[in-house]
Design a protein around this ligand. Structure first.
Ligand code: FES
Length: 308
C-alpha cells in the first residue's frame, strides 16, 4: 500500500445470511421484471395479431405467454419478495451475538427496502401487464358490431300487408307449392333477410289442428312458420311430409306442423312462431302482421321478456 493512502474500511453488509437473501431478492426482482415484460410484449402482440388478422394459433401462444408471465411473476414476487411476519417459537434465552444482530438503523433500512416500497418499477410493470391483458381481451369486442336499435331483436321485416316472395324477390303463388310442398319465403322488400326467413308449407285442407284464434292464419292448408329454430337459431328446413314434421338439422329438434309447430323431440324449448298469412284472390299471399312473438332462440323472450 502506498504511503499516505488509507484503505477504506470494509463496509459492514450484515451477516452472510442477509447478504445471501439480498442476492436472491435481486435475482427474483429481475426475473419478475422479465416475466411482466414478456406479458406486456405478448399483450401488445395480441392486439397487433387481432388487427392484422393473424391465425388463432398465434393468438393462443401469445395469450399463454401473457397469462403465464403475469401468473409466474406474481408467484415469484410473493415467494421471494414479500416479507411476511415470521412466527418464532419461544426458546431458552441465549447470549446476544453482536455480530449476528443488525443495528436498529440497519433493520429499518432493510425494512424500507423490502416489500413494495423498493419495487415501484415492478409494481408499474404489473399494472401495465394487467392493463395490457385487459385491453387485449377487450379489443375483440369491437367485432361484435353495432348494437341493435330499439326492439329490433323482437320484430322482423314482416308487416301487415307484406306480400310473400321467394329468395329472389318474386311473388309466390299458391300453385307453386303442391300438397306436402315447402318453400322458404320472405316479406317483399327483404328477400334473404335472416330474421324474417319463413317456411311456407301446404299440408292440404282439413288436417291442421290449430288453436281457434290461429285457424284463420292458415288458409286452405297453407301454413307459415319462422324458419329459425327456437333452440339455437339454425334454419329449420327439413320437412318430413308423411309425418308432417319439420326437423332442425343441428340437434334434431322436431316440430309438429299440424299442431302449431309444437316441439315433439329435441332440445328446442318452444314451438316455431307462426306467421299469420292470407290467401289473396289472385293466388298470392300477404302477411296479416309480424310474428306474434320473437323468432329464434328462446333467449329472446325468456331473458328479455319481449314476447307479445
Ligand atoms: S338449433 Fe335446432 S335443435 Fe339446436
Amino acid at each position: 500500500m502506498t504511503a499516505g493512502m488509507e484503505r477504506e474500511p470494509a463496509r459492514y453488509r450484515g451477516p452472510r445470511s442477509v447478504q445471501r437473501t439480498t442476492r436472491i431478492e435481486r435475482r427474483a426482482e429481475l426475473f419478475v421484471g422479465l416475466l411482466f415484460f414478456a406479458t406486456i410484449l405478448a399483450t401488445l402482440g395480441l392486439i397487433v395479431s387481432y388487427v392484422i388478422g393473424a391465425n388463432t394459433q398465434v393468438d393462443g401462444v401469445l395469450l399463454a405467454i401473457a397469462l403465464g408471465g403475469i401468473g409466474g411473476g406474481i408467484v415469484v414476487w410473493v415467494q421471494y419478495l414479500m416479507h411476511t411476519p415470521t412466527m418464532i417459537e419461544a426458546r431458552h434465552p441465549m447470549q446476544p451475538n453482536p455480530v449476528a444482530e443488525m443495528s436498529p438503523a440497519q433493520a429499518a433500512m432493510r425494512e424500507a427496502e423490502s416489500g413494495f416500497t423498493r419495487r415501484h418499477l415492478l409494481l408499474g410493470m404489473l399494472f401495465a401487464s394487467v392493463g395490457g391483458l385487459l385491453t387485449a381481451i377487450a379489443v375483440p369486442l369491437f367485432s361484435l358490431g353495432p348494437l341493435p336499435n330499439g326492439r329490433a331483436w323482437f320484430t322482423t321485416a314482416w308487416k301487415k300487408g307484406s306480400r310473400v316472395v321467394d329468395v329472389n324477390g318474386n311473388v309466390v303463388h299458391a300453385s307453386q307449392i303442391p300438397v306436402n310442398g315447402i318453400m322458404t319465403v320472405f316479406p317483399e322488400g327483404a328477400p334473404g333477410d335472416a330474421m324474417a326467413q319463413t317456411v311456407l308449407l301446404n299440408v292440404g285442407p282439413g288436417l291442421l289442428q290449430l288453436p281457434a284464434d290461429r285457424a284463420s292464419w292458415a288458409p286452405q292448408g297453407f301454413i307459415a312458420y319462422s324458419k329459425l329454430c327456437t333452440h339455437a337459431g339454425c334454419p329449420v328446413g327439413l320437412f318430413r311430409a308423411t309425418e308432417h314434421d319439420l326437423m332442425c338439422p343441428c340437434h334434431q329438434s322436431t316440430f309438429d306442423v299440424l299442431d302449431g309447430a309444437q316441439v315433439t323431440f329435441g332440445p328446442a324449448p318452444r314451438p316455431l312462431p307462426q306467421l299469420p298469412i292470407q290467401l289473396q284472390p289472385d293466388g298470392t299471399f300477404v302477411a296479416l302482421g309480424d310474428f306474434p312473438e320473437p323468432v329464434g332462440p328462446a333467449f329472446w323472450n325468456q331473458t328479455l321478456g319481449g314476447g307479445a
